[in-house]
Design a protein around this ligand. Structure first.
Ligand code: ADP
Ligand code: ZN
Length: 295
């Protein structure tokens, strides 16, 4: 069994081939350009690899309604040429194999729930804090789609009183999470690249506060058994402890569960399969499309 996996990102496309046991046999990465250039390259590679099924975790927003004529189509992205692009159909028409698609973050969340940091959790959230902020939500073992799919990155925040840029950088919303706490938001506020900031910069106090607000909102709405936070900004390893501490403070003792009080260090954690959570999730989607089996 040769399962093709695609993690379709805004800057790069990561492709993989896995056997039925989840062993990685091959990987390849190409830059993301316009779909007319990029998708034929994907098709060529997967054709050469003779895959039996394909799973896709993609940047969004993407239509995930299986009964819709535009299922698997990228919807309102600002990425050049990708708006309205029928990614799933273009790939399945050419490759003619069973296929499944979900968001990149839902794919990562599935992988972490089945094989990673949230193994054995029925409900968990996977968050990535990088160029954007996105989250995949798994409830009762299944990724949440609902109306479209969750857009945790755009939840509205309470701006921190010391934030010099309380409106944020999102073109759609004032003071949303991504607008206030993504890598580009850090850089804009600091006037230099986020990677260059010293660990002691007060910007990271604001950052921890916003990510803690996010955790509180997730705990109160989704009630996950675990929250995993990864992505470029979490390369600052001290961030996780600050987020945990502020989360407990902001919850104010209201949620009576030892997981979010005494055991918060095991509740808000780094993802385990980084940096390939999304690719492994895509593999799991592909295998499920072929065999109908989730595990
Ligand atoms: P992407 O989100 O594009 O897939 P990443 O998760 O690596 O990729 O995130 C890149 C973003 O994270 C950039 O905005 C960058 O400024 C920020 N970033 C990367 N490393 C660090 C770091 N050590 N400290 C703070 N910000 C970082
Ligand atoms: Zn927004």
């Amino acid at each position: 069994m040769r399962i093709g996996a695609l993690e379709a990102g805004g800057t790069k496309m990561v492709m993989g081939i896995f056997d039925g046991e989840g062993q990685s046999l091959e990987t390849e990465t190409i830059p993301t350009r316009a779909p007319e250039k990029t998708v034929p390259e994907l098709i060529d590679w997967f054709r050469r690899e003779k895959i039996d099924a394909l799973g896709i975790g993609t940047f969004g927003p993407v239509n995930l309604k299986k009964d819709s004529p535009s299922y698997g189509t990228i919807t309102s992205t600002p990425k050049a040429g990708w708006r309205g692009y029928p990614l799933l159909t273009m790939l399945t028409d050419a490759l003619n194999v069973p296929a499944a698609i979900d968001t990149d973050v839902n794919a990562a969340a599935i992988a972490e729930c089945r094989m990673g940091a949230a193994k054995d959790c029925r409900s968990a959230v996977y968050v990535t804090v990088g160029t954007g902020i996105g989250a995949g939500i798994v409830v009762n073992g299944e990724p949440v789609h609902g109306l479209v799919h969750p857009e945790v990155g755009h939840m509205l925040m309470r701006p921190h009183p010391l934030d010099p840029m309380p409106q944020g950088v999102c073109p759609y919303h004032e003071s949303c999470l991504e607008g206030l706490a993504s890598g580009p938001a850090l850089s804009k506020r600091a006037g230099r690249s986020a990677e260059e900031l010293p660990d002691g910069d007060p910007i990271f106090t604001l950052e921890a506060n916003y990510l803690a607000q996010m955790c509180v909102n997730l705990i109160l709405t989704v009630s996950p058994e675990k929250i995993m936070i990864g992505g470029g900004v979490l390369q600052r390893s001290f961030m996780l402890d600050r987020i945990r501490k502020i989360t407990v403070e902001l919850l104010g003792g209201y949620v009576q569960a030892p997981e979010v009080n005494a055991r918060i260090d095991r509740y808000i954690v780094l993802p385990k399969l980084f940096p390939i959570s999304g690719l492994i999730g895509a593999y799991l989607l592909g295998r499920e499309a072929l065999t109908g089996e989730k595990e």
